[in-house]
Write a protein that binds this ligand. Structure first.
Ligand code: AMP
Ligand code: MG
Length: 334
């Protein structure tokens, strides 16, 4: 009988349970995603939804995988980084299950989960990874025993910036795919603030400028929402491409991995693919099922750490809402 792990994701909008074996075969993956009616993610509302749904999600994952709880060998949960009240739910559930089932428990850094499931599912060894989602914008690669961060946003995450602009333009959450569609209808580039500081990115000026265009006298006359959507994407993705290119030149990695919810964007994929080709690097996009937040990635990163170091003591399972992935060693790659 194969050893089995239940991975639980609970850092932000998604509560997810994934069941996989210790070789990385995924048997089931069930997500429940909080979608705000207005505004952003209110931690108290997200927490309520996850609290009301976690058992249903885990039970569905068990049923679909045809694995019974008593045949699980490991529980992995997202321990960092994320919204404190939301992280706590996954941590509580994992601690309870680990004690009831008398099986080991492992805490996982969410960003490391994204990278490891990408390496597994794209069959890629040592990539420069771009993790672009609602809550994160990180360019990282493995060096000196850690996933080092070569560039990151100094303020808004890329997905959050696009979603916020879309909301201002009257589009429902999530705005990213809608902005992508509108952008395809324009080639009229409006210059917007392009802010790269060293290797880091800042999207707040770009966001404010794009939002201000919606209220300008010329809106609807000299330019349209399509033009702003197009210019916003070209500017933001251009910034990300610049940082990616420099990180590639510096690290000399031969592979590039694009992951996170924004990885679904075809224009972003094309721009990063071009840069990868220029540097003779293989380019891969994580399959969308595994690019967004999911319990399988938490399970897989948990299995890798468990195989290398064994399980955590319960005292080591306290959530770490602010922990960065470059603070954590990666023994399975050293
Ligand atoms: P995640 O935080 O990884 O679950 O991903 C959600 C984020 O991805 C949200 O900000 C979405 O707007 C964004 N997103 C999803 N599809 C696209 C797309 N096609 N283009 C741009 N952003 C997208
Ligand atoms: Mg994520």
């Amino acid at each position: 009988m194969k050893k089995m792990c239940l991975g639980i994701e609970s850092t932000a909008h998604t509560f997810s349970a994934g069941i996989l074996d210790f070789d990385g075969n995924v048997y089931s993956l069930i997500n429940d995603i909080f979608i705000p009616e207005e505004g952003g993610l209110h931690p108290a509302l997200v927490r309520e939804q996850h609290l009301n749904n976690f058992m249903r999600i885990i039970n569905r994952a068990l049923t679909e995988s045809k694995i019974s709880a008593k045949n699980l060998n490991l529980i992995a949960f997202s321990q960092s980084p994320g919204l404190g009240p939301v992280l706590k739910i996954g941590a509580w559930v994992a601690r309870i299950l680990s004690q009831v089932l008398e099986i080991p428990i492992i805490g996982v850094n969410h960003c490391i989960g994204h990278i490891e499931i990408g390496r597994l599912k794209c069959n890629i060894e040592d990539p420069l990874t771009l993790y672009v989602s609602g809550g994160n914008t990180i360019v990282s690669a493995f060096e000196s025993e850690r996933y080092q961060i070569f560039g990151e946003t100094l303020d808004l995450a890329l997905g959050n910036m696009i979603d916020s602009f879309a909301r201002d333009a009257g589009l429902k959450h999530p705005g990213g795919p809608k902005i992508e569609t509108l952008a395809l209808r324009s080639k009229n580039f409006i210059p917007l603030p392009y802010v790269v500081k060293g290797m880091d990115l800042s999207f707040s000026g770009l966001y404010t400028a794009a939002k201000n265009l919606l209220h300008s006298d010329e809106y609807g006359k000299k330019f349209s929402l399509n033009d702003i959507a197009y210019s916003l994407q070209e500017t933001a993705f251009g910034m990300l491409s610049e940082v990616t290119e420099r990180a590639l030149a510096h690290t000399e990695k031969r592979e590039v991995l694009l992951t996170g919810g924004v990885a679904a964007n075809k224009r972003l994929q094309a721009m990063i693919e071009d840069i990868s080709k220029e540097h003779n690097a293989r380019f891969e996009v994580v399959p969308i099922k595994y690019a967004g937040d999911n319990g399988a990635m938490i399970g897989w990163a948990g299995i890798l750490r468990y195989k290398a170091e064994g399980g955590f003591n319960i005292s080591e399972t306290i959530i770490q809402p602010k922990k960065r992935m470059d603070e954590i060693t990666i023994p399975w790659r050293s």
